[in-house]
Design a protein around this ligand. Sequence first.
Ligand SMILES: Cc1ncc(COP(=O)(O)O)c(C=O)c1O
Length: 226
Amino acid sequence: MTVSTTTNVLYNTENHQQPLLMIPGPIQYDQSVLDLAGAQTLSHTSPQFIKEFGNVLNLIPKIFKAESESQAFIINGSGTLGWDIAIANFCQKGDLIFLPNTGYFSDSVVNCAEVYEISVYQVKAKHIGDTVSIQEFKEGLYKCNPRMVILTHVDTSTAVLNDIESMCAAVREIHPNTMICIDGVCSIGGERFEMQKIGCDIALCCSQKALGESFSCVCSDLYMIK
Ligand SMILES: Cc1ncc(COP(=O)(O)O)c(C=O)c1O
């Protein structure tokens, strides 16, 4: 990283023409990633593509620290598509989703669920930048019987980092059969995330932040797929 003496702007060392972007995402890619992204298209049935795509599918559960049995899906889309996939495939009209609301990205999950006529029981953080306490979270859980709990690990809009470990433990204690889906768009690859250890069923991530490539991915416990 270098600093221009005339403009005081930070520059990326890879390419001194580009001011350094210091936001959670979209991020600037490493030149080696850009070079690969600019490579010629492979046939989707070629042995090389099958091998490379298979390797990526096998590596994603390792990044998510998921069970070796879990299944990763790579989708050419955004983080929003990740929620859509989780909700559309695992819930149906009339179901209830439980959600601690910590900002804009929690609101957006609610909008996505409502498109499918799925209602959302929300426990809202009191002020912008606050988390929902475990006590409030548990009180909310006792008041409903959700099909799915959706947790935003880091809500980018407020920088709130939710204690997903305690939240998942509370769900397992109060509603052992409820699915847990975690939005890790702003956390996976950056914050500690251990899907198997915390007992999360579906985790989604997108690559314009810590993972740094251009796809969206969803990792699911194999039991959920069956
Ligand atoms: C925490 C979080 N979830 C979901 C999204 C939605 O991702 P996208 O904008 O790629 O649809 C974002 C986007 O920044 C995000 O920060």
